[in-house]
Design a protein around this ligand. Structure first.
Ligand SMILES: Cc1cc2nc3c(=O)[nH]c(=O)nc-3n(C[C@H](O)[C@H](O)[C@H](O)COP(=O)(O)OP(=O)(O)OC[C@H]3O[C@@H](n4cnc5c(N)ncnc54)[C@H](O)[C@@H]3O)c2cc1C
Length: 295
């Protein structure tokens, strides 16, 4: 049997050679060998176990806001936790529990409705709770890690495990959450008046929009800021502002963003990223680290 053919058992939830571009923010790249959308924890666990037994690469796709899929696509299984079982949000006192398929915007709204403060600084960050946890989404005003109390994951054998706060390490746009599946998380928040929360939310929204490139074309942030330096400033000083490769262009407004024109391919973006990285290395001896995940 060809490797992976056993996934055909999950006929109700599997698509073979499914294009991934429509599921990502950048709308680029090729297909997944297998795309699965489990409907329950049991089904998810069975899929993870099967991939583990078959040694089939397994990836989780959130909203695809921080992923660039290569034009040739990805081998193995890609899972989306988009069914209701993975998107539930429950509030109990100052505790908020969310499935990682829920949108960050839904998490913020639920917290605000219950007069729970903290998460509002994340307003305007697109994506799911799972992606936000793995990438420790946020900015200087705060990040999601500050409020995480506990995270439930599936390990590579498909077994549920709980990671407590003291086992979790979050850095700048990074975390040690490297289990194959982040399933759910519990957040501990503080009470505040809904009016005050909404006011802070508006302020955070304006600040976030002001810091992102303008325009109708999608654009992605590429590199982490090196310690005490700005990736955008290094790229600009390396003379790369507005440099274009095919349909991918360094943003005029913030050189750490690549703007995607309609004719762009994933290859164009990757070639431009290589150019940005090598030019900064040559000029300043600084090795830029990727923030964007490449599949
Ligand atoms: C316009 C725009 C603005 C942005 N602004 C910000 C910002 O201000 N601050 C910021 O931090 N980020 C920002 N981002 C980046 C992005 O929104 C965040 O990284 C977001 O958290 C990604 O969530 P996602 O669901 O799209 O994850 P994806 O892009 O789908 O996935 C990202 C990574 O997380 C993994 N992953 C996702 N879900 C799970 C899961 N359940 N279990 C295990 N692994 C999982 C994926 O495998 C992948 O490795 C921005 C992006 C865009 C497009």
């Amino acid at each position: 049997m060809p490797q992976g053919a056993e996934l055909a058992d999950f006929a109700d939830i599997v698509k073979r050679n499914e294009p991934l571009a429509p599921y990502t923010y950048l709308k680029l790249g090729g297909p997944a060998e297998w795309l699965l959308q489990p409907r329950s924890r049991e089904e998810l666990s069975a899929v993870v176990k099967r991939c583990f037994d078959l040694r089939l690469p397994l990836r989780i796709l959130g909203s695809g806001c921080n992923i660039l899929v290569r034009d040739e696509g990805v081998r193995g299984a890609v899972l989306r936790l988009h069914e209701p079982a993975f998107r539930q949000i429950a509030v109990e006192g100052k505790r908020l529990r969310a499935g990682t398929g829920a949108a960050v915007s839904a998490l913020i709204s639920a917290a605000a409705r219950h007069g729970l403060a903290g998460l509002e600084t994340l307003v305007g960050i697109p994506g799911t709770v799972g992606g936000a946890l793995r990438c420790n989404a946020g900015d200087r005003a705060g990040d999601i890690s500050q409020f995480v109390h506990q995270v439930e994951v599936f390990d590579s054998a498909g077994q549920a495990q709980v990671r407590e706060r003291d086992e979790l390490h979050f850095g700048y746009h990074s975390s040690n959450l490297d289990d194959p599946v982040i399933l759910a998380a519990e957040f501990r928040l503080e009470s505040d008046s809904p009016d005050a929360i909404v006011k802070r939310m508006r302020r955070a929204w304006i600040q976030r929009k002001a810091s992102q490139p303008l325009g109708y074309q999608p654009a992605c942030r590429v590199f982490r800021n090196p310690r005490a330096l700005s990736a955008a400033a290094l790229i600009e000083q390396a003379g790369l502002a507005r440099t274009r490769v095919g349909g991918a262009e360094v943003s005029e407004r913030d050189s750490n963003y690549v703007v995607i024109h309609p004719e762009a391919t994933a290859r164009d973006v990757l070639r431009l990223i290589d150019l940005m990285r090598s030019r900064v290395q040559e000029r300043f001896g600084v090795e830029l680290e990727m923030e964007l995940t490449i599949w």
